[in-house]
Design a protein around this ligand. Structure first.
Ligand SMILES: [Zn+2]
Length: 445
């Protein structure tokens, strides 16, 4: 695909992106059959893993047959990497063919490596370019990549913008003042950060007397790494701060820097369906949930030859739809990431995600959007306290605001929470991923 394409072209790859659902399924089935054969023939781990489960690649005749194949858990990646360093024996390509590796930032244990062959890497960048194009990025844009480059799979995505033809500024994680100076110097028209950082950076600019809406040129902000980008209330507040559109992206260190992203309609995230097969499963039963229902995202690579992943359990709770999008693209869309299975709190028997609380806090004008959840256990009962900062300009008393937030939380989540209203700038601001939950239950025991 030429990167000299006319800026008014609507799709990066029209034939692929607008094909019928039946064509998507036929394409996925053909890719999956090849990929399972490759995994069985070339990956020592998968040969043993399939044999132990009594399945062979030839047994996959429909996409539903994938359910007969065993899951790959994150701990397997860690164990095999320790057993056969440095990449583990899931590899399906010889090490001399590997040209790039990222490492997961994983909050626990040894970081796991994610290797790519040259072809895997090119496929990935072509996909990133397609996704940026769907979000309206064009060759005349100036794109500032403000994500971490250090071993992080989000880093190389800047090359997708470059492949598309945009001026690509490899900024990385600079101090806020410096990043603002870069955005201003080059009059960048687009950037990528986390949602909490986009918010923080906008506020920092305003405090320094710089109005992002009039003095900076950023009109598209790509965000990933936290559920906020798919929470309309959060997106709208970042958009108001910057006078820009916010597009949520989803990536996974073990596969691609982004595997899905919002098109200009901002209505769910188009999935990289020709690269990664997505299943949404009930985490307890392992069975698929209905279109639109929440479940755990389980992924199977379709082309990545360095290290195939078959039915990899991500621990991310998501929902998907195959309804057509207004943009004309026919790929599946992820309607949102609701959080990690590990983040799910069970308060008095009710399941609740921090992102549910975020949507409530950010919809109320009396609050500035910064919040934290504190979970405690008192005499074997879980108690949720929500701490939220009041907005500078709110004319309401703290007591009134607290009652309003508690009412809304109860109405939306079904959970009764104690609410503490804090002065603005009380909570620590995030420069990367915001820590929104403090679970003190372990210490109480
Ligand atoms: Zn769309």
């Amino acid at each position: 695909m030429s990167h000299h394409a006319a800026d008014d072209r609507r799709y990066w790859d029209a034939a692929l992106e607008t094909q019928s659902r039946a064509d998507w399924d036929a394409l996925k089935l053909a890719l999956l059959q090849d990929h399972l054969r490759l995994a069985y023939a070339q990956s020592p781990f998968y040969r043993q893993h399939f044999d132990a489960a009594g399945v062979r690649p030839e047994q996959l005749r429909t996409l539903d047959d994938l359910r007969r194949f065993p899951f790959t858990h994150k701990h397997i990646l860690r164990e095999r990497q320790l057993a056969v360093p440095p990449f583990g024996d899931l590899l399906a390509a010889p090490e001399r063919d590997i040209v790039y590796v990222s490492a997961s930032s994983g909050s626990t244990g040894v970081p796991t490596a994610s290797p790519f062959t040259a072809r895997d890497f090119d496929d990935w960048m072509d996909y990133e370019a397609r996704q940026f194009w769907s979000s309206g990025l064009r060759p005349h844009d100036r794109y500032c990549h403000a994500l971490n480059f250090s071993l992080f799979v989000g880093g190389p995505c800047v090359l997708g913008a470059q492949k598309l033809g945009a001026l690509s500024i490899h900024a990385g994680t600079l101090p806020s003042e410096r990043l603002l100076a870069v955005l201003r110097q080059f009059q960048a028209t687009a950037m990528w950060t986390t949602p909490s950082y986009a918010w923080h950076l906008g506020e920092t600019a305003l405090k320094a007397g710089l109005d992002p809406r009039s003095e900076l040129a950023v009109r598209r902000i790509f965000v990933a790494g936290e559920p906020g980008g798919s929470i309309p209330e959060t997106r709208q507040r970042i958009e108001a701060l910057w006078g820009a559109k916010v597009y949520d992206y989803y990536g996974l260190s073990d596969i691609f820097g982004s595997c899905a992203g919002m098109c200009e309609e901002q209505d769910g995230l188009h999935w990289a369906e020709d690269h990664i097969l997505a299943e949404v499963l009930d985490p307890e039963t392992g069975l698929p949930v209905a279109d639109g229902e929440r479940g755990e995202l389980v992924l199977t690579t379709l082309k990545k030859t360095a290290r195939p992943l078959i039915r990899f359990r991500t621990g991310d709770i998501v929902s998907f739809t195959t309804e057509p999008c207004r943009c004309g693209r026919t790929s599946q869309r992820m309607l949102g990431t609701h959080g990690r299975l590990d983040d799910m709190l069970i308060i008095k028997g009710v399941n609740i995600f921090p992102s549910d609380v975020e949507a409530v806090v950010r919809a109320l004008v009396g609050f500035n959007g910064e919040y934290r959840l504190v979970v405690e256990r008192e005499q074997h009962l879980d108690r949720l306290r929500v701490e939220a900062e009041r907005a500078d300009a709110s004319p309401h008393a703290d007591g009134e605001l607290a009652a309003q937030l508690a009412r809304q939380l109860k109405a939306v989540t079904g959970v009764s929470a104690e609410v503490a209203v804090l002065a603005p700038d009380t909570l620590p601001r995030a420069t990367h991923k915001a820590k929104r939950v403090e679970d003190r239950r372990q210490q109480v025991w």
